[in-house]
Design a binder for this molecule. Structure first.
Ligand code: FE
Ligand code: FE
Ligand code: ZN
Length: 273
Protein backbone atom coordinates (compact mmCIF):
# COMPACT_ATOMS: atom_id res chain seq x y z
CA UNK A 1 0.00 0.00 0.00
CA UNK A 2 1.34 3.42 -0.98
CA UNK A 3 -0.26 6.03 1.19
CA UNK A 4 0.62 9.48 2.44
CA UNK A 5 -0.84 12.84 3.27
CA UNK A 6 -0.49 16.48 2.34
CA UNK A 7 2.29 17.92 4.55
CA UNK A 8 3.60 21.39 5.24
CA UNK A 9 6.84 22.23 3.48
CA UNK A 10 7.68 25.06 5.91
CA UNK A 11 10.54 23.33 7.74
CA UNK A 12 12.18 21.58 4.86
CA UNK A 13 12.04 18.42 2.79
CA UNK A 14 13.89 15.99 5.06
CA UNK A 15 11.46 16.82 7.86
CA UNK A 16 8.54 16.02 5.57
CA UNK A 17 10.10 12.62 4.91
CA UNK A 18 10.52 12.00 8.64
CA UNK A 19 7.01 13.23 9.35
CA UNK A 20 5.59 10.89 6.70
CA UNK A 21 7.34 7.92 8.31
CA UNK A 22 6.10 8.97 11.76
CA UNK A 23 2.45 8.82 10.66
CA UNK A 24 2.82 5.42 8.98
CA UNK A 25 3.08 6.83 5.46
CA UNK A 26 5.49 5.97 2.65
CA UNK A 27 4.89 9.05 0.53
CA UNK A 28 3.61 12.64 0.88
CA UNK A 29 2.28 15.60 -1.06
CA UNK A 30 3.49 19.19 -0.65
CA UNK A 31 2.74 22.61 -2.14
CA UNK A 32 5.29 23.71 -4.73
CA UNK A 33 4.80 27.23 -3.31
CA UNK A 34 2.44 29.09 -1.02
CA UNK A 35 -1.03 27.84 -2.08
CA UNK A 36 -2.72 31.26 -2.12
CA UNK A 37 0.24 33.43 -2.97
CA UNK A 38 3.21 32.77 -5.14
CA UNK A 39 6.16 32.65 -2.74
CA UNK A 40 8.44 29.82 -3.76
CA UNK A 41 9.96 27.26 -1.43
CA UNK A 42 13.75 27.42 -1.05
CA UNK A 43 15.62 24.22 -1.87
CA UNK A 44 18.89 23.30 -0.18
CA UNK A 45 20.92 20.40 -1.50
CA UNK A 46 21.76 19.05 1.96
CA UNK A 47 18.07 18.93 2.86
CA UNK A 48 17.21 17.16 -0.40
CA UNK A 49 20.02 14.59 0.07
CA UNK A 50 18.67 13.86 3.53
CA UNK A 51 15.16 13.37 2.12
CA UNK A 52 16.46 10.96 -0.55
CA UNK A 53 18.12 8.89 2.20
CA UNK A 54 14.86 8.71 4.16
CA UNK A 55 12.90 7.81 1.03
CA UNK A 56 15.30 5.00 0.11
CA UNK A 57 15.51 3.61 3.61
CA UNK A 58 11.73 3.51 3.98
CA UNK A 59 10.99 2.38 0.39
CA UNK A 60 8.90 5.41 -0.47
CA UNK A 61 6.48 5.48 -3.37
CA UNK A 62 6.41 8.50 -5.71
CA UNK A 63 5.92 11.81 -3.91
CA UNK A 64 3.67 14.50 -5.35
CA UNK A 65 3.99 18.28 -5.69
CA UNK A 66 0.78 20.35 -5.79
CA UNK A 67 0.61 23.66 -7.67
CA UNK A 68 -0.97 26.69 -5.92
CA UNK A 69 -4.73 27.13 -6.32
CA UNK A 70 -4.32 30.63 -7.69
CA UNK A 71 -2.88 29.43 -11.00
CA UNK A 72 -5.46 29.75 -13.78
CA UNK A 73 -3.95 28.92 -17.13
CA UNK A 74 -7.32 29.28 -18.87
CA UNK A 75 -8.38 32.66 -17.46
CA UNK A 76 -10.11 35.24 -19.65
CA UNK A 77 -7.30 37.65 -18.70
CA UNK A 78 -4.06 37.51 -20.62
CA UNK A 79 -1.94 38.55 -17.63
CA UNK A 80 -3.40 35.76 -15.48
CA UNK A 81 -2.66 33.22 -18.22
CA UNK A 82 0.89 34.54 -18.62
CA UNK A 83 1.43 34.39 -14.86
CA UNK A 84 0.31 30.74 -14.85
CA UNK A 85 2.97 29.87 -17.41
CA UNK A 86 5.66 31.67 -15.40
CA UNK A 87 4.63 29.71 -12.28
CA UNK A 88 4.56 26.40 -14.17
CA UNK A 89 8.06 27.01 -15.57
CA UNK A 90 9.51 28.03 -12.21
CA UNK A 91 7.99 24.97 -10.55
CA UNK A 92 9.35 22.70 -13.27
CA UNK A 93 12.85 24.11 -12.77
CA UNK A 94 12.55 23.59 -9.04
CA UNK A 95 11.24 20.04 -9.27
CA UNK A 96 14.36 19.05 -11.22
CA UNK A 97 16.23 19.51 -7.94
CA UNK A 98 13.87 17.23 -6.02
CA UNK A 99 13.17 13.49 -6.06
CA UNK A 100 9.68 14.35 -7.30
CA UNK A 101 8.48 13.63 -10.81
CA UNK A 102 4.74 14.28 -10.40
CA UNK A 103 3.12 17.73 -10.34
CA UNK A 104 -0.64 18.00 -9.86
CA UNK A 105 -2.60 21.15 -10.71
CA UNK A 106 -6.21 22.27 -11.03
CA UNK A 107 -7.07 22.64 -14.73
CA UNK A 108 -8.61 26.05 -14.01
CA UNK A 109 -11.73 28.21 -14.22
CA UNK A 110 -13.24 29.29 -17.53
CA UNK A 111 -14.69 32.51 -16.04
CA UNK A 112 -17.80 32.47 -18.25
CA UNK A 113 -15.85 32.08 -21.48
CA UNK A 114 -17.17 28.52 -21.68
CA UNK A 115 -15.27 25.23 -21.54
CA UNK A 116 -14.18 25.18 -25.18
CA UNK A 117 -12.21 28.44 -25.10
CA UNK A 118 -10.77 27.63 -21.67
CA UNK A 119 -9.63 24.16 -22.65
CA UNK A 120 -7.84 25.59 -25.68
CA UNK A 121 -6.04 28.16 -23.50
CA UNK A 122 -4.91 25.42 -21.14
CA UNK A 123 -3.71 23.23 -24.02
CA UNK A 124 -1.73 26.16 -25.45
CA UNK A 125 -0.16 26.85 -22.05
CA UNK A 126 0.82 23.22 -21.55
CA UNK A 127 2.30 22.99 -25.04
CA UNK A 128 4.28 26.15 -24.31
CA UNK A 129 5.59 24.98 -20.95
CA UNK A 130 6.15 21.23 -21.36
CA UNK A 131 9.58 20.41 -22.62
CA UNK A 132 11.22 17.00 -23.12
CA UNK A 133 14.21 18.14 -21.05
CA UNK A 134 12.14 18.27 -17.87
CA UNK A 135 11.50 14.95 -16.15
CA UNK A 136 8.29 16.02 -14.41
CA UNK A 137 4.86 14.80 -15.47
CA UNK A 138 1.91 17.21 -15.12
CA UNK A 139 -1.21 15.69 -13.60
CA UNK A 140 -4.64 17.20 -14.27
CA UNK A 141 -6.76 16.93 -11.13
CA UNK A 142 -10.35 15.74 -11.50
CA UNK A 143 -12.51 18.64 -10.26
CA UNK A 144 -15.95 18.86 -8.63
CA UNK A 145 -17.28 21.48 -11.06
CA UNK A 146 -17.84 24.26 -8.56
CA UNK A 147 -18.19 27.72 -10.11
CA UNK A 148 -16.69 27.67 -13.59
CA UNK A 149 -14.15 24.89 -13.00
CA UNK A 150 -13.06 22.84 -15.98
CA UNK A 151 -11.91 19.23 -15.60
CA UNK A 152 -15.15 18.07 -13.94
CA UNK A 153 -15.78 15.26 -16.42
CA UNK A 154 -13.51 12.57 -17.81
CA UNK A 155 -14.42 13.81 -21.30
CA UNK A 156 -13.13 17.32 -20.55
CA UNK A 157 -9.88 15.90 -19.19
CA UNK A 158 -9.53 13.75 -22.29
CA UNK A 159 -10.01 16.81 -24.53
CA UNK A 160 -7.15 18.54 -22.72
CA UNK A 161 -4.91 15.48 -23.00
CA UNK A 162 -5.76 15.14 -26.71
CA UNK A 163 -4.41 18.65 -27.33
CA UNK A 164 -1.12 18.15 -25.48
CA UNK A 165 1.76 17.33 -27.82
CA UNK A 166 4.11 15.74 -25.28
CA UNK A 167 1.72 12.98 -24.26
CA UNK A 168 4.31 11.26 -22.03
CA UNK A 169 4.33 14.35 -19.80
CA UNK A 170 0.59 14.44 -19.05
CA UNK A 171 -1.43 12.32 -16.62
CA UNK A 172 -4.35 12.51 -14.21
CA UNK A 173 -4.77 12.63 -10.42
CA UNK A 174 -8.20 11.42 -9.33
CA UNK A 175 -9.64 13.13 -6.23
CA UNK A 176 -12.31 10.94 -4.61
CA UNK A 177 -14.16 13.89 -3.04
CA UNK A 178 -14.15 15.82 -6.31
CA UNK A 179 -15.35 12.97 -8.57
CA UNK A 180 -18.13 12.07 -6.13
CA UNK A 181 -19.15 15.69 -5.94
CA UNK A 182 -18.98 15.92 -9.75
CA UNK A 183 -21.46 13.06 -10.12
CA UNK A 184 -19.36 9.87 -10.41
CA UNK A 185 -20.84 7.42 -7.93
CA UNK A 186 -17.80 5.71 -6.44
CA UNK A 187 -19.91 4.57 -3.48
CA UNK A 188 -22.42 2.43 -5.38
CA UNK A 189 -20.73 1.96 -8.76
CA UNK A 190 -16.96 2.05 -8.28
CA UNK A 191 -16.30 -0.48 -11.04
CA UNK A 192 -18.45 1.44 -13.49
CA UNK A 193 -16.61 4.69 -12.71
CA UNK A 194 -13.21 3.02 -13.14
CA UNK A 195 -14.32 1.43 -16.42
CA UNK A 196 -15.59 4.79 -17.65
CA UNK A 197 -12.28 6.43 -16.74
CA UNK A 198 -10.47 3.64 -18.57
CA UNK A 199 -12.54 3.85 -21.74
CA UNK A 200 -12.43 7.66 -21.97
CA UNK A 201 -9.00 8.58 -20.61
CA UNK A 202 -7.19 5.26 -20.12
CA UNK A 203 -6.08 3.94 -16.73
CA UNK A 204 -2.48 4.16 -17.93
CA UNK A 205 -2.82 7.96 -17.48
CA UNK A 206 -3.91 7.68 -13.83
CA UNK A 207 -0.81 8.33 -11.71
CA UNK A 208 -2.12 9.33 -8.26
CA UNK A 209 -5.26 9.46 -6.13
CA UNK A 210 -6.34 12.12 -3.61
CA UNK A 211 -8.16 10.28 -0.87
CA UNK A 212 -10.82 12.50 0.69
CA UNK A 213 -14.29 11.91 2.01
CA UNK A 214 -16.94 14.45 0.98
CA UNK A 215 -18.75 16.81 3.32
CA UNK A 216 -21.42 17.40 0.69
CA UNK A 217 -23.70 14.93 -1.03
CA UNK A 218 -23.42 13.12 -4.33
CA UNK A 219 -23.30 15.38 -7.42
CA UNK A 220 -23.44 18.53 -5.28
CA UNK A 221 -20.66 20.20 -7.31
CA UNK A 222 -19.13 21.50 -4.11
CA UNK A 223 -15.54 20.92 -3.07
CA UNK A 224 -15.63 20.27 0.66
CA UNK A 225 -13.28 17.59 1.98
CA UNK A 226 -14.29 15.51 4.98
CA UNK A 227 -12.18 13.23 7.14
CA UNK A 228 -12.18 9.55 6.14
CA UNK A 229 -15.44 7.94 7.24
CA UNK A 230 -16.96 11.26 8.30
CA UNK A 231 -18.56 12.21 4.98
CA UNK A 232 -21.00 11.00 2.34
CA UNK A 233 -18.49 8.56 0.79
CA UNK A 234 -17.82 6.64 4.00
CA UNK A 235 -15.04 4.36 5.22
CA UNK A 236 -16.21 1.25 3.39
CA UNK A 237 -16.17 2.91 -0.01
CA UNK A 238 -12.77 4.52 0.71
CA UNK A 239 -11.30 1.12 1.56
CA UNK A 240 -12.71 -0.31 -1.66
CA UNK A 241 -10.96 2.45 -3.58
CA UNK A 242 -7.51 1.79 -2.13
CA UNK A 243 -7.88 -1.99 -2.40
CA UNK A 244 -9.28 -2.01 -5.92
CA UNK A 245 -7.12 -4.30 -8.09
CA UNK A 246 -6.89 -1.62 -10.80
CA UNK A 247 -5.90 1.14 -8.37
CA UNK A 248 -4.01 -0.45 -5.50
CA UNK A 249 -0.50 0.13 -6.90
CA UNK A 250 -1.05 3.90 -7.15
CA UNK A 251 0.15 6.39 -4.52
CA UNK A 252 -2.77 7.67 -2.38
CA UNK A 253 -2.70 11.07 -0.66
CA UNK A 254 -4.95 12.26 2.16
CA UNK A 255 -6.05 15.91 1.97
CA UNK A 256 -8.48 15.67 4.85
CA UNK A 257 -9.15 18.54 7.30
CA UNK A 258 -7.12 17.15 10.18
CA UNK A 259 -3.68 17.26 11.84
CA UNK A 260 -0.77 14.79 11.87
CA UNK A 261 -2.37 12.66 14.58
CA UNK A 262 -5.54 12.57 12.53
CA UNK A 263 -3.65 11.51 9.40
CA UNK A 264 -1.95 8.71 11.35
CA UNK A 265 -5.35 7.46 12.53
CA UNK A 266 -6.81 7.65 9.03
CA UNK A 267 -3.89 5.73 7.54
CA UNK A 268 -4.35 3.05 10.18
CA UNK A 269 -8.10 2.98 9.55
CA UNK A 270 -7.54 2.55 5.81
CA UNK A 271 -4.73 0.02 5.86
CA UNK A 272 -5.17 -2.14 8.97
CA UNK A 273 -8.49 -3.89 9.34
FE1 FE B 1 -6.02 19.82 -5.56
FE1 FE C 1 -7.32 17.10 -4.32
ZN1 ZN D 1 -10.62 19.68 -3.14
Amino acid sequence: MNIGAHLSVAKGFALMGETAVSIGANTFQFFSRNPRGSKSVEIEKKDVDELIKIMNKNKFAAILAHAPYTINACSDKQNVRDFAKIMFREDLEKLEKLPCKLYVFHPGNHMKQGEEVAIQYLIDALNDVLNPEYTTMFLLETMSGKGTEIGKTFKELKKIINGVKLKEKIGVCLDTCHVYSAGYDIVNNLNKVIDEFDSIIGLNRLKAVHLNDSLTEFASHKDRHACIGKGYIGLDAMRKVIMHPKLKKLPFFLETPTDLKGYAKEIELLTKF
